[in-house]
Design a protein around this ligand. Structure first.
Ligand code: NAD
Length: 479
């Protein structure tokens, strides 16, 4: 336990100007929409933040029509140099309004301000800067002959990194000359609506970016719309499979960024204190609501006891609570539904015989909260070793040989990411070569950069986002 308490250090909310209700952003303007409304709440307090519009199929149709008109009349005719200028402008405005975005994201999502301020918002701006640089160089990106945009892109994103996932989707689409209709997740629509204001501020031609809010049916209307040329989806594997089925046989292109169950492998020669920091960052960053979270710790048997002891000591120092407090390490769970899912899976872990442990921590009485949790004695058949929990829950397994580590790491339907901790470069490379994961981190975890492609194998989806590879999904080439 810490020997002292931190004084409260709350970030002020005054920088955010919340409207009681929000419409849809179609053709450069906020419109009322024809559907019903729903409320978005702060997961830390259950306070209603705003009423948001549930876009109907007719609204989605209007948004796609606006995107089509903008594509045909303006955006596809504009030079890459000029498109790049808009992207640079958006990036700079995101930086200028960074504090506002960080506070809003933390209010709507429940993630600690430390993370929205230092990770989500700067990385979102970095994605626009990076793709702005590509806009006039696509012919030289090695994408093939005469790279051209697809047209209108329908994009659907999840709630764990609302602004960052928006940036991963919109920046490459615009850089390559496509126009977009994007649907944010129903529990975190507010930063996308603030981004719509940024588009206005940047004088982006109307219709190039359209934002429609709503839940599954709105997303379904978007991905199934007949005039959408390409679908870009990030979310659960279940919904990703449904989308793949619904667009099979059509001319639509698709990229699917889905779930994960990453192994974080710690060999007996690893620097243990650094590995412990990497384990904590791997699973407790963003409350474990991370597709590439290191949710399965594979630790070599000879050091398992030591790693577990040091990990538990470190977890006693994590501060769980008010996400707007600058000292908070672990914030609120994004929704009651997600809290119920985490609670159910953790109960299954206990019922199946794994040993459950959490540090002593007082959870706020209102809002959605789950204490950081570690399961030891986990076997590969346990549900907590197989299913994506998407919460602050770590399953610890052990191994004896590198071959066993690789076999256990790959024993999952997913294949998004993995971590390897060792002093030996040769062992890291040997292991990374054999892991079926899109991203492998060595002696670090959860590092993101717009220049680096990100994406999965197997049920973690297909296609890459970021880097030169990420551009490929947004262009067609050849005759
Ligand atoms: P989800 O699949 O429930 O929802 C994602 C989005 O899809 C939401 O906007 C939702 O409204 C929409 N949606 C729901 N049903 C739909 C349908 N039938 N058609 C079209 N859209 C529909 O996922 P979630 O719970 O919001 O997010 C968590 C999941 O996202 C986790 O599985 C996580 O691993 C995954 N994720 C993956 C990545 C990645 O890059 N691979 C990144 C972040 C999150």
């Amino acid at each position: 336990m810490p020997t002292f308490d931190y004084a409260p250090a709350p970030e002020s909310r005054s920088v955010v100007d919340l409207s009681p209700s929000y419409g849809l952003f179609i053709n450069g303007e906020f419109t009322e929409g024809t559907g019903s409304t729903f409320k978005t709440v702060s997961p830390a307090t259950e306070e209603v933040l705003a009423e948001v519009t549930e876009a109907s199929a007719a609204d989605v149709d209007a948004a796609v029509a606006a995107a089509r008109a903008a594509y045909t009349r303006v955006w596809s005719r504009m030079s890459g140099t000029d498109r790049g200028k808009y992207l640079y402008r958006i990036a700079r405005i995101l930086q200028e309004r960074a504090r506002e975005f960080a506070v809003l994201e933390t209010l709507d999502n429940g993630k600690p301000i430390r993370e929205s301020r230092d990770v989500d918002v700067p990385l979102a701006a970095a994605h626009f800067f990076y793709h702005a640089g590509w806009a006039d160089k696509l012919d030289f990106a090695g994408l093939g002959t005469d790279p051209r945009p697809h047209g209108v892109v329908g994009q659907v994103i999840p709630w764990n990194f609302p602004l960052l996932m928006l940036a991963w989707k919109i920046a490459p689409a615009l850089a390559t000359g496509n126009t977009v209709v994007l649907k944010p997740a129903e529990t975190t629509p507010l930063s996308a609506l603030l981004f719509a204001e940024v588009c206005q501020q940047a004088d982006l031609p109307p219709g190039v970016v359209n934002i429609v809010t709503g839940a599954g049916p709105t997303g379904q209307a978007l991905v199934e719309h007949g005039d959408v040329d390409k679908v870009a989806f990030t979310g659960s594997t279940g919904v990703g499979k449904a989308i793949a089925r619904s667009i099979a046989g059509t001319r639509k292109k698709a990229t699917l960024e889905l779930g994960g169950k990453a192994a974080n492998i710690v060999y007996d020669d690893a620097p243990v204190d650094q590995a412990v920091e990497g384990i904590v960052n791997g699973i407790f960053f963003n409350q474990g609501h991370v597709c590439c979270a290191g949710s399965r710790l594979l630790v070599q048997e000879s050091i398992a006891e030591e790693v577990e002891a040091r990990l538990k000591r470190r977890l006693e120092t994590l501060r769980v609570g008010d996400p707007l407090d600058k000292n908070t390490d672990v914030g609120a769970i994004n929704s009651r539904e997600q809290l119920d899912r985490i609670t159910e899976l953790a109960a299954a872990g206990e019922a199946e015989g794994a040993e459950r442990w959490s540090p002593r921590c007082e959870l706020p009485s209102k809002g959605f909260w789950f204490a950081p949790t570690v399961f030891t004695g986990v076997s590969q058949t346990h549900r907590i070793a197989q299913e994506e929990i998407f919460g602050p829950v770590l399953s610890v397994l052990t191994f004896r040989t590198p071959a066993e580590a690789v076999a256990k790491a790959n024993n999952t339907p997913y294949g998004l990411s993995a971590g390897v901790w060792s002093e030996k470069g040769s062992l890291i490379l040997w292991t990374a070569d054999r892991l079926r994961a899109g991203v492998v981190w060595a002696n670090t975890f959860n590092k993101f950069d717009p220049t680096s492609p990100f994406g999965g194998y197997k049920e973690s989806g297909y296609g890459r986002e970021g880097g030169r590879h990420g551009l490929e999904a947004y262009v067609r080439t050849g005759a």
